[in-house]
Design a protein around this ligand. Sequence first.
Ligand code: UTP
Ligand code: MG
Length: 512
Amino acid sequence: MSATDGIPDPALVVLVGASGSGKSTWAASRFRASEIVSSDALRAVVGSGEHDLDASADAFDLLDRIVAGRARRRLSVVVDTLGLDPTMRRAWLALARETGLAAVVVRLTAPERVVRQRNRERDRSVPAAVLTRQLRSARRAMAEIDAEGWDLVVDVVHEPEALPRERAPRPVGRPATPGATTLERSPTGEPMSGPAERPARGDRDGPEIVLQVSRFPWGEDPSGWLRGVALAAAEAGFGGVALMDHLIQIPQVDRAWEPIPEPFVALGHLAALGTSLRLGTLCTPVTFRPAGVLAKAVATLDVLTGGHAFVGIGAGWWEREHVAYGIGFPPAREREDLLESAVETVRALWSAGTKPYAGARVSLPETTCYPRPVGTPQILVGGSGKRRTLRTAARLGDACNLPSDPAALDVLVPLLRAHCADAGRDPDEVAVTVLDVPAVGRDREDARARVERLRGRAAAATYAARHHAGTATEHRDRYRRLAESHGVRTVFVAVPDLSGPDDIERLAGLVP
Ligand code: UTP
Ligand code: MG
């Protein structure tokens, strides 16, 4: 979740400014109450009220413990004190370093006359002489902060009769030269916003977005639910719908007794809607159906969709569903062999005519497969990064489906390209596609609540980071970046808590 305008999340955010400079107002407009730790509020907790200065020592003691507790759990925390004491700032900076949070200072300034007037208008004003000292020490602090080593310094300037205006946050530690090209990195490796932010390039609309449906909470109306989801996805602008292909619901998604339909039957149902959605599976384990039967199913789907079928195919991984359904589950190497020969068989059966086929692994006395596909159904070879699968994708696939993690793509995409070169194929012929499992909220608060429901035993911050918890638009931006950085052409989006047709609206921002 990116908290606000360039401030990474999670971050340890220290507010700095004289009394009345607008610190608490700014914090409340940007952060949840539970993320803000205020010395005034804690004075009221341990003392008689926000202005009970006798309670300061106890209040700061509590403040330190709360800030440290949240930081150790890698939860964002905003320290709402005057922030004028350099020793305290150093300690918070050290805590951020120790816990790996982004260290951020927000400097709040307003013309002195404005601060004084606001102070006079408050219920409990700070004595004028105290405010004078604060303003002097604030000027000194503002200057010192640049050299303290914060990851990010945000300046918030309040002007009379105007809403707070935020200047572009500026990473410190380098001159703010226009056109500077070095990028400061946040602890998560994302470039911080700032003047040197990378310009957008590549396809302005980003990659194709296909909805992958893996859960089917369809209640009493399976066909209505499926139709509704597909129609809403088409309406929202998704490029297609992919169904997961498993015999038992997988533990990563839901409980074993939740329904999971046979995908080709269900896709046939969706084909009848006559939308322009691409329809297919992601991914079909090669072990489930003889390759020829798979070729027949996909060809039929292609005919029924008017040339919009695709098929994701992988080596299969889950032994339990094979054993339970009486299907063989040979060792990994054999499954990889099977994958290679299956793709070869499917292609042979789809090719023109009925002539015999003799290929590297497969020989068929005839290739009589009618109906033939009316389009050219895309064959995506899925393999969560197995080297052998990448080679099969490079040799025989139209696409290779990979995890969406950029660090994994850094390794796998060049490997795929190298296999393409070995196989004498133009790398452009093999599209890079990814499966992404985002936590999508209507807003930041909703994203947080969903993380809380979905996280299982994972820590909230870990789950949020792994699933990039945020709004649809934030995910969309991330997908654009994947297209730019790794040439990703299609993102299969598996929304873990998609409840049904009405819920697609929440995802509308994912597509252009
Ligand atoms: P804050 O209460 O936000 O200031 O605003 P602060 O920096 O946190 O002050 P201390 O350190 O806790 O004392 C002070 C007053 O200024 C008004 C607020 O409504 C509040 O009454 N204010 C703040 C504005 O009128 N405009 C602003 O942009 C910000
Ligand atoms: Mg305040």
